[in-house]
Structures are given as structure tokens and as C-alpha cells.
Design a protein around this ligand. Structure first.
Ligand code: ITT
Length: 195
């Protein structure tokens, strides 16, 4: 089965293709010759995931899905949350965002955080939502080279390596995205499409 992933984030695409294995073919926007910014102007992860999937489905008519992800930090009242991509400002880098949360958490003991990922699938015009969460803590400094975004400072509960230190298959096996995307693929395989 072929599904189009409505994302401009190459790291997400790589992860989702690894999770999909051989059972599902995950097409990129490039594969369908679509080169465009995808609007994400909603106030929730659910709203943005649906907005991104609807936008791409509206243009292509191809069954597709989108993922919206946020890092919710307890001591920052859930920020950066839905604003995770541009937390340090328009045009900022992953590293700028990491630096901003490290600065904001300086001297704060409560480092609890949670990655939350919402996936919206549009299949023959019908919409389905899937969610994945993983709790952890924000480390005092960056460790590791792999992954992307906030991975160098996210230590999942029960583990001794940050997401950046883990081999990709280990992150994908436990991550917010791994959980949400696996739920989607399982639902598609079983024909039982529910959240
Ligand atoms: P698309 O909307 O094109 O999919 P994006 O990068 O804008 O790409 P999001 O809004 O969902 O995607 O992601 C928000 C940010 O959260 C993202 O830019 C990263 O900084 C961070 N992020 C998302 N998933 C992550 C992960 O698995 N590990 C670390 N950081 C992640």
C-alpha cells in the first residue's frame, strides 16, 4: 500500500520509512513533485496535523498522513508544545531551540517533559487521528549525534541514552512518532481504523 507523507522534514521522513519497513510504501512530497510550504497555523497538535494532511490531500488527491509533534516541558507550563519548530524565533535552527530550553531550565530542578505526536491520516477523504507520547527529562547538556530537533537533550524515562545517542531503530521503537505511526500502520493492516 502507498501512502503520501505530508512533511517537509527529511528527518521525520527517514524515521517513518524505517518504521514502515516493507509493508507500506511511504511517498514523499518530492515523489509527487510537490514543492510547497505546508501551512500549520492551528493552536493544537491535532489541528495542525489535520491542517497539513488536508492541505496536501486537497492538492494531490492521494491518500496521505501528516504528523505534528510537540515537546511539552512541565516547568515551562507545557512549552514549547505546539510551537516547538520555531520556539527560538522565525528561521531558527534546531540548536537555537535546544539552547533556548536549556537557558530557560537553568537552575530548575524539575526537568520532566513529554514528547507528543499526533498523526492525521486521510484515506479516501475520511480522517483518522493517532497519538503517541513518551515521557522523559531534559538533560543539563547535549549528548549524542543522531536524531534531530530536541533529541540531544531528551532522555526518555527508563533509559540511559538520549534520543540522539540511540541507534535509530531504538528511538523509533519507543518514540512518540514510533508509537503513533505504528498505531496507524497496525490499524491499516487490520482494517480496524480507530484512534
Ligand atoms: P513538518 O511540519 O513539515 O512535518 P516540522 O519540523 O515543522 O515539519 P513539527 O511542527 O511537527 O514538524 O515539529 C516541531 C518541531 O519539534 C521540529 O521542528 C523539531 O524541532 C521538534 N521535533 C519533532 N519531532 C522530534 C523528534 O522526534 N525528536 C526531536 N525533536 C523533534
Amino acid at each position: 500500500m502507498k501512502l503520501l507523507f505530508a512533511t517537509n522534514n527529511v528527518h521525520k521522513l527517514r524515521e517513518v520509512r524505517e518504521i514502515a519497513g516493507n509493508d507500506f510504501q511511504v511517498l514523499s512530497l518530492k515523489d509527487v513533485n510537490l514543492d510547497t510550504e505546508i501551512p500549520e497555523t492551528q493552536a493544537t497538535l491535532e489541528g495542525n496535523a489535520a491542517q497539513k494532511a488536508r492541505f496536501v490531500y486537497g492538492i494531490t488527491g492521494v491518500d496521505c498522513f501528516a504528523d505534528d509533534t510537540g515537546l511539552e516541558i512541565d516547568a515551562l507550563d507545557g512549552r514549547p508544545g505546539v510551537y516547538s519548530a520555531r520556539y527560538a524565533g522565525e528561521g531558527c535552527s534546531f540548536d537555537d531551540n535546544v539552547q533556548k530550553i536549556l537557558d530557560e531550565l537553568q537552575g530548575i530542578e524539575n526537568r520532566k517533559a513529554c514528547f507528543r505526536c499526533v498523526v492525521c491520516l486521510i484515506l479516501e477523504g475520511k480522517e483518522y487521528l493517532f497519538e503517541g507520547r513518551i515521557p522523559g527529562i531534559i538533560t543539563e547538556e547535549r549528548s549524542g549525534e543522531g536524531g534531530f530537533g530536541y533529541d540531544p537533550v531528551f532522555l526518555p524515562d527508563g533509559h540511559t541514552m538520549t534520543f540522539s545517542e540511540m541507534p535509530a531503530h531504538l528511538k523509533n521503537g519507543i518514540s512518540h512518532r514510533g508509537i503513533a505511526i505504528s498505531k496507524m500502520f497496525r490499524s491499516l493492516s487490520s482494517g480496524n481504523l480507530s484512534r
